[in-house]
Design a protein around this ligand. Structure first.
Ligand code: EPZ
Length: 441
């Protein structure tokens, strides 16, 4: 397995070009299953999860074509199976998103239960409850979700989510665009990635109102048509690089940053003392002349502070001035980066779902192990901050969600390089046809 070797202690200074949003492009690629005409998707990042999603679509029988300019075309006009197998679903939980489109277009679907992962049990009960409200018969047999619906297809329904669920909202939104009648999703997720999916579905002929609010209304249509959609930039990738510059007391310009995608992270960075400015070329952060102040935060669904930025901010607080508390309210086990940071000298104590952090002057490099996508990003940032060498193992986690992270950080002056493991796995599975993804964290 590949590792990343980081030599820390050097403030970042440079600029990075954001890639397309992983969490927007995954549901959008899968939305291609809703119609018999090709869907063209632009600004697709080179990520392991994207390769997995394209493998899954190919397994179902979709024709997948990608070009060098980060454009992918998916043609689901002639699928030959409606079954998403365990081997593929286990490496990427978002595979559950094929359930809604297949059920809505073909009246049946069989999808392996995604199961939990390192950060939590990750149930899908709200997805299933929504499909049942739309008239589907759904059973769990031998680890698979088996869903069917009568000849009339799915019926529009009022669906109130007990908990805000991003992929739950996306799954039912995709099902609703082909259901008979009106569907109202209440307590819906408001994330920019949900809005981007809605924009793509509307371009395909869907009738959707309210995306980005907690009530989304959909008027079902008989069929969708092909379209071309450009994916939004990745706000979590942006936040990760901003935190990298802030934690190393450097500066960075993030090209392609979209201020429309919420500012909870920017507000916390300003509170921490970062100087931020936005110009047509992107967002500039400068932390060279200010002492970073630790900040308290609590994660929450959008527009609250994103849980996907929690680990990165724990690292920032660990080397900032003062004490702070970081509370995780979305997932039940999303502090596994803390144990690795403690090994590097961080002063952090866990009290239930809160990390109590006392800033220290510096961290020392160590051998550490990534456990999940955002925890691995946090460990890269820790390596950039620490004195000496940090070797990060199991970085297949990071390749799932960050497009060429060592290239982009090196362009900002970081000393970071990939140490190929054995069997050599491609950094960019996209380009070599992909390689089997190890089990997801
Ligand atoms: C999406 O996961 C993202 N993944 C996650 O990003 C992100 O952390 C999460 O939303 C929260 O923002 C993708 O979009 C592919 P949820 P999702 O359903 O949809 C509970 C990353 O690092 N819940 O919004 O799976 C659940 O247990 C990844 O890029 C149920 O109880 O998350 C959790 O506590 C990690 N029943 C809460 O809701 C359900 O049926 C929010 O989960 C569904 C969810």
């Amino acid at each position: 397995m590949d590792k990343l070797l980081v030599n820390g202690g050097c403030p970042l200074d440079g600029e990075v070009q954001l890639s397309g949003s992983k969490n927007a492009v995954l549901p959008i690629l899968i939305a291609s299953l809703l119609c018999a005409e090709p869907l063209q998707v632009r600004n697709v990042p080179h990520l392991r999860d994207i390769t997995t999603a394209l493998k899954l679509l190919g397994h179902l029988g979709a024709r997948v074509e990608f070009n060098e300019d980060q454009t992918v075309e998916v043609d689901s006009g002639d699928l030959h199976t409606l079954r998403a197998p365990y081997e593929l679903v286990k490496t990427m939980r978002a595979s559950i998103l094929v359930l809604g489109p297949l059920l809505a277009r073909f009246g049946e679907a069989e999808v392996s239960l995604p199961g939990g992962c390192a950060i939590g049990s990750r149930p899908v009960d709200l997805h299933i409850r929504g499909f049942r409200k739309m008239g589907a018969q759904v059973s769990i047999e031998n680890g698979y979700i088996k869903a069917t619906v009568g000849r009339g297809g799915l019926n529009g329904a009022r669906i109130l989510f007990d908990t805000v669920t991003v992929t739950g909202t996306e799954n039912l939104l995709m099902a609703a665009v082909l259901a008979r009648g009106i569907t109202v999703l209440e307590n819906a997720a408001r994330e920019p990635e949900v809005v981007d999916l809605a924009r793509c579905l509307i371009a395909m002929g869907g009738i959707i109102e309210g995306a980005g609010t907690d009530v989304i209304t959909v008027k079902g249509v008989d069929a969708l048509h092909g379209a071309c959609h450009t994916v939004i930039s990745d706000r979590i990738e942006a936040g990760t690089y901003l935190l990298a510059a802030a934690a190393t007391r450097g500066r960075i310009r993030v090209i392609g940053y979209d201020p429309q995608q919420g500012d909870a992270v920017l507000e916390k960075l300003r509170e921490a003392g970062a100087l931020l400015s936005i110009d047509p070329r992107g967002l500039m952060l400068d932390m060279r002349k200010t002492q970073p102040q630790a900040v308290n935060l609590t994660t929450a669904p959008f527009p609250g502070f994103p849980t996907d930025m929690q680990a990165q901010f724990v690292l920032f607080n660990a080397v900032a001035n003062g004490s702070s508390m970081v509370t995780e309210t979305v997932f039940e086990n999303r502090f596994m980066h803390v144990h690795e940071l403690q090994r590097m000298g961080a002063d952090i104590h866990l009290r239930g779902n809160t990390a109590v952090i006392q800033g220290v002057v510096g961290l020392s490099g160590a051998q550490v192990m990534a456990t999940d996508l955002r925890a691995s990003a946090c460990l890269v940032l820790a390596g950039l901050v620490a004195e000496g060498e940090t070797m990060i193992d199991r970085i297949y986690h990071i390749d799932r969600g960050y497009d060429r992270i060592e290239e982009k950080l090196s362009q900002c002056g970081a000393s970071i390089r990939r140490i190929p493991g054995w069997p050599a796995t491609s950094v960019l599975p996209f380009r070599d046809g992909g390689s089997a993804s190890p089990p997801q964290s």
